[in-house]
Write a protein that binds this ligand. Structure first.
Ligand SMILES: Nc1nc2c(c(=O)[nH]1)N[C@H]1C(S)=C(S)[C@@H](COP(=O)(O)O)O[C@H]1N2
Ligand SMILES: [Mo]
Length: 417
């Protein structure tokens, strides 16, 4: 009996999460050749290295780590998505250069000195803010995920898509967002008592807009100027965007230009015919703002392979638009039995949380899955229960449990379980 097998936690080889406290899982490569390695100099040790640079670039050996599906809808120039390559990532922060993109009509080329944010409508004093004046307000930063409500919707397709996971789960990412709390600006303009909503407009050519309840605007909304410590990138809303922690990505209006304070929602295209959930009777839910609790095993996942039977780390991310992640369970027997995964230390509200489990794979075909529970008690649903709740064709807000099949040769494919 090996050391690992003293820690069973669930069926088909799933081990107790405490195993992570005991250090190494597989022990690395044999050190029989350690002396030889220590006395040889690798080629890159025989001459001085490259000089420093003004802007850092990833290693050329990591060139395969890039956004996927980087293309526009046929017949348009900038309408479409690019996906974050989660199958290559670990951790809760997504590098800005790999943050997914979703544009309805391309990226406007905005002159930051000419750009203004105007707040008007049911207010005492309509005001116009330049980037400079905004920067004089007390700023905050917060680490939150951003997820498009169309993310993962293609998991409702009749057959599981056989492609890397970013092709169906790539519209979520985590960043540190820095900027001015919207509440400070609303206090400055003086919101009138009859006001209940704001309508935010972008400075892109379709003037994409969304209505946001005033409570959320006062609660944790920010006018984001920074992402991961640097100014927003053009594709993520430069020079400023609305950012609404935990709520569907579409509402975080990029290239933010105006905020109108109003007494009722605008009922614009993107909050009625799009991004709303059709029910089995054909009627539509009125608004689904917070993104549901969800988790995803990033490794192993489609396209990877396990070399040989042995102990492996199952790792992934979990998040909830309602708050923090309380628990992630992992199953290695297709959902018959479950064991708690270990959560990394950084569990933040409305943010990605990393989970990890140790699994002894015995070489037989196995189905692995993860299930998250948030701190408000929401449990990630199964694909079947989502299908039962929705009308055919609805694909927004999909947060079903994702399953991967590890085959006899160790090859990993996408399955519905
Ligand atoms: N002005 C404007 N804001 C927008 C969009 C847009 O096309 N125009 N796309 C929305 C959608 S659908 C999503 S999911 C997020 C994507 O943000 P990102 O491109 O920074 O990932 O921005 C939202 N804000
Ligand atoms: Mo979106």
């Amino acid at each position: 009996m090996s050391e690992f097998d003293k820690f069973p936690a669930a069926g088909n080889g799933l081990l107790d999460r405490r195993i992570f406290l005991r250090g190494s899982l597989v022990g690395g490569t044999s050190l029989l050749t350690a002396r030889a390695v220590a006395t040889t100099r690798e080629s890159w040790m025989r001459s001085p290295g490259a000089p420093m640079d003004e802007i850092g670039e990833p290693s050329p050996h990591e060139a395969h780590v890039k956004r996927t599906n980087v293309r526009s809808t046929t017949g348009t120039t900038g309408t479409g998505v690019s996906f974050t390559p989660h199958e290559h990532l670990d951790g809760i922060i997504t590098p800005s250069r790999l943050h997914f993109e979703r544009h309805h009509s391309g990226i406007p080329d905005i002159d930051p000195d000419a750009h203004r944010l105007i707040i008007y409508g049911l207010v005492e004093r309509p005001l116009s803010f330049s980037l400079d004046t905004l920067s004089r307000y007390p700023m905050i930063s917060r680490i939150n995920f951003l997820e498009c409500s169309g993310n993962s919707g293609s998991c409702l397709a009749p057959d599981p898509i056989q492609a890397p996971l970013s092709f169906y789960h790539g519209l979520v990412a985590g960043s540190e967002w820095g900027g001015v709390p919207l509440s400070a600006l609303l206090d400055e303009v003086g919101v009138k008592p009859e006001a209940k909503w704001i309508v935010a407009d972008g400075a892109d050519s379709p003037v994409m807009n969304r209505s946001v309840p005033l409570d959320k605007a006062f609660d944790d909304a920010i006018i984001a100027l920074y992402q991961n410590g640097e100014r927003l990138r053009p594709s993520n809303g430069y020079p400023m965007r609305l950012f609404l922690p935990g709520w569907e990505g579409n509402m975080s209006v990029k290239w933010l230009r105006t905020i109108k304070v109003v007494d009722q929602p605008a009922m614009s295209k993107d909050e009625t015919s799009k991004y709303s959930d059709l029910q089995p009777d054909g009627s539509s839910q009125l608004f689904t703002f917070p993104m549901g609790v969800k988790s995803l095993i990033r490794s192993p996942s489609h396209g990877m392979s396990l070399d040989e039977p042995g102990v492996y780390q199952i790792s992934g991310i979990a998040w909830s638009g309602h708050g923090g992640v309380r628990r992630v369970e992992v199953s290695a027997d297709g959902g018959k039995t479950w064991a708690d995964a270990a959560l990394d230390d950084t569990v933040l509200s409305k943010n990605l949380t990393c989970f990890r489990s140790a699994w002894r794979w015995d070489g037989s075909p196995s189905t692995i899955m993860s299930r998250a529970t948030d701190d408000k008690g929401h449990v990630q649903p199964t694909r079947d229960s989502i299908i039962a709740d929705r009308s055919v064709g609805n694909f927004y807000h999909y947060n079903g449990i994702q399953a991967w099949r590890v085959g006899k040769q160790g090859e990993v494919t996408h399955v519905y379980a």
